[in-house]
Design a protein around this ligand. Structure first.
Ligand code: UGA
Length: 439
C-alpha cells in the first residue's frame, strides 16, 4: 500500500511517520521548500518527543519520503490525506481555503482511483466541498476517474502524539461506501490489533465527533475551574472535590484538573468553531458559550491573586514565571495562559523573568525584549517578588526551597497548576496560592 499526506504540520508529520512505521510507503507533501529540505535530513520544525527519531528511522528504511510535488506524490497512491491548516477566520469559523486548494490540486493531477481523506479538523460539511472541488477539476479536464472521500479526525495530544497514534483509544472514520471502508480498514489494521476500536460512520457524524470530543474535554476543564473558584469562597479544596467526583466511573478522573485555563491550538479554536456552526444553524450552544467565557476569565485568575496579594501595586515588582508553553512537553504557546498572565503583569508595570525548558524561543517571538529569559528555573528567581508556576513541567515539581529562599526577594508562590503541597510550601516559609485551595 502507498499513501500520501499533504501538509507536514503537526498532524500530517505525525500521521505520515506513524503510518511509515507500519511498513507502508508514505510520501509527505508540503509547499514550503525549506521545510521539505530540512525534513529530508530529519530536521523537524516542531518539538514532539520521539518524532525526530522515528522520522530518521523511516527515512533510512526508505518508507518515508518528502516532496513539494503533490502531482508526483499521488502517483500510484491508494489514499491521500489532507492535513493542511484550518486557521480560524475573522469570525471564528475555520478557514478552508488550504483544504480546498489541495482538493483542487488532487482533482487536477489524479490518474487513478483515490480515497481522499480529510484529516484536518474541519467544519461539518467540508467533505462535501472537498468532493465538489475534486469533481469540478476532473470535469474541467474531461476526466472520468472514480474517487471516494472520507473523514478521519485525529485525537492526538501534543507531547504524546506518537503514543496516541500508535495506541489510539479509537479511530473514527466517516465513509460513504463499502469500498472506501475496506481500504481504510486495511490501512488501519496494524493499529486495531490490540482491541483499539475503529468506528466507521457517516461523514457528517465523523466530522462532528471531532468537535464534540474537544468541546466535551474543554467543558470538563471549565467546569472544574468554575468549581475550584467556588471552593475558595466556601473553604473547600478542589483536589479533594476532584478525587471525590473522579472516582465515580460515570464522571472519570481525567481532564478534571483545575488550573490557569486551557490553551493550545485545538480547544480554543474548536470550541469557537462549533459555536459558530451552531449559530449558523440557528441553535446557540449556550453551554459552550459559557465554557469559553469561563476559560477566558480563568486565564486571569492567577494574575488577580497576584494583584490581591500585592494590594494592586505591581509597579516595579519582579515576577518569575515557570513555564510558558500551553502545557508540558511542547514548545507551543498558542493561546497559552502564560501569554495573558505576562501581558497583565507588564501592563501593571511589573518586570517579568521567564523560564521554560523548550518554549523560550517561541516566547521571544511574542514578547521580544519586553521580558527577560532565564537559562534555568533558579536563574529567573533572582530578586523576584514572587514565583508564578504556569506550566507543570516535571522539572518544577520538586524545587529546592533553600536555594529559592536565598534568591528571591519575597517568599511567595502562585501555583497555577496545583502541583505543590500547600503545607510543605508553608513549612518552608513561603506564602502559597493555588487554584481552588486554601492558601
Ligand atoms: C487536544 C485533545 O486532548 C486531543 O485529543 C486532540 O486531538 C487535540 O486537542 C486536537 O484537536 O488536535 P492538546 O491541545 O494537544 O490536545 O492538549 P491537551 O493535553 O488536551 O491539553 C489542552 C489544554 O487543557 C492544556 O492547556 C492543558 O493544560 C489543559 N488542561 C488539560 C487542564 O487545564 N486541565 C486538565 O485536566 C487537562
Amino acid at each position: 500500500m502507498k499513501i500520501s499526506i499533504v501538509g507536514t504540520g503537526y498532524v500530517g508529520l505525525v500521521t505520515g511517520t506513524c503510518f511509515a512505521e507500519t511498513g507502508i510507503n508514505v510520501t509527505c507533501v508540503d509547499i514550503d521548500e525549506n521545510k521539505i529540505k530540512n525534513l529530508k535530513q530529519a530536521i523537524i520544525p516542531i518539538y514532539e518527543p520521539g518524532l525526530e527519531t522515528l522520522v530518521k528511522k523511516n527515512l533510512e528504511k526508505q518508507r518515508l519520503s518528502f516532496t513539494t510535488s503533490l502531482k508526483d506524490s499521488i502517483d500510484q497512491t491508494d489514499v491521500v490525506f489532507i492535513a493542511v491548516g484550518t486557521p480560524p477566520g475573522e469570525d471564528g469559523s475555520a478557514d478552508l481555503s488550504h483544504v480546498l486548494n489541495v482538493a483542487r490540486e488532487i482533482g487536477k493531477n489524479m490518474t487513478h482511483h483515490l480515497v481522499v481523506v480529510t484529516k484536518s479538523t474541519v467544519p461539518i460539511g467540508t467533505s462535501v466541498k472537498v468532493k465538489a472541488a475534486i469533481r469540478d477539476e476532473l470535469e474541467k479536464r474531461g476526466a472520468q476517474i472514480p474517487f471516494d472521500v472520507a473523514s478521519n479526525p485525529e485525537f492526538l495530544k501534543e507531547g504524546n502524539a506518537i503514543e496516541d497514534f500508535l495506541k489510539p483509544d479509537r479511530i473514527v472514520v466517516g465513509v460513504e461506501n463499502e469500498k472506501a471502508q475496506s481500504i481504510m480498514s486495511k490501512l488501519y489494521k496494524p493499529f486495531v490489533l490490540n482491541n483499539h476500536p475503529i468506528l466507521f460512520m457517516d461523514i457528517p457524524s465523523a466530522e462532528l465527533t471531532k468537535y464534540a470530543a474537544n468541546a466535551m474535554l474543554a467543558t470538563k476543564i471549565s467546569f472544574i475551574n468554575d468549581i475550584a473558584n467556588l471552593c475558595e469562597l466556601v473553604g473547600a479544596d478542589i483536589n479533594m472535590v476532584r478525587k471525590g467526583i473522579g472516582t465515580d466511573s460515570r464522571i472519570g478522573n481525567k481532564f478534571i484538573y483545575a488550573g490557569a485555563g486551557y490553551g493550545g491550538s485545538c480547544f480554543p479554536k474548536d470550541v469557537k468553531a462549533i459555536i459558530k456552526t451552531a449559530e449558523k444553524n440557528n441553535y446557540p450552544l449556550r453551554l459552550l458559550q459559557a465554557v469559553e467565557a469561563i476559560n477566558d476569565d480563568q486565564k486571569k485568575v492567577l494574575v488577580n491573586k497576584v494583584k490581591n496579594h500585592f494590594k494592586d501595586d505591581l509597579k516595579g515588582k519582579t515576577f518569575a514565571i515557570w513555564g510558558l508553553a500551553f502545557k508540558p512537553n511542547t514548545d507551543d504557546m498558542r493561546e497559552a495562559p502564560s501569554r495573558v498572565i505576562i501581558r497583565h503583569l507588564l501592563d501593571a508595570g511589573a518586570k517579568v523573568n521567564a523560564y521554560d525548558p523548550v518554549a523560550t524561543h517561541e516566547a521571544q517571538t511574542i514578547f521580544g525584549d519586553e521580558i527577560t529569559y532565564g537559562k534555568d528555573p533558579y536563574d529567573v528567581l533572582i530578586e523576584a517578588d514572587a514565583l508564578l508556576l504556569v506550566t507543570e513541567w516535571p522539572e518544577f515539581r520538586m524545587p529546592n526551597f533553600k536555594v529559592m529562599e536565598k534568591l528571591m526577594k519575597s517568599k511567595v508562590i502562585f501555583d497555577g497548576r496545583n502541583i505543590y503541597d500547600p503545607m510543605e510550601i508553608n513549612e518552608n516559609g513561603f506564602d502559597y496560592y493555588g487554584i481552588g485551595r486554601k492558601s
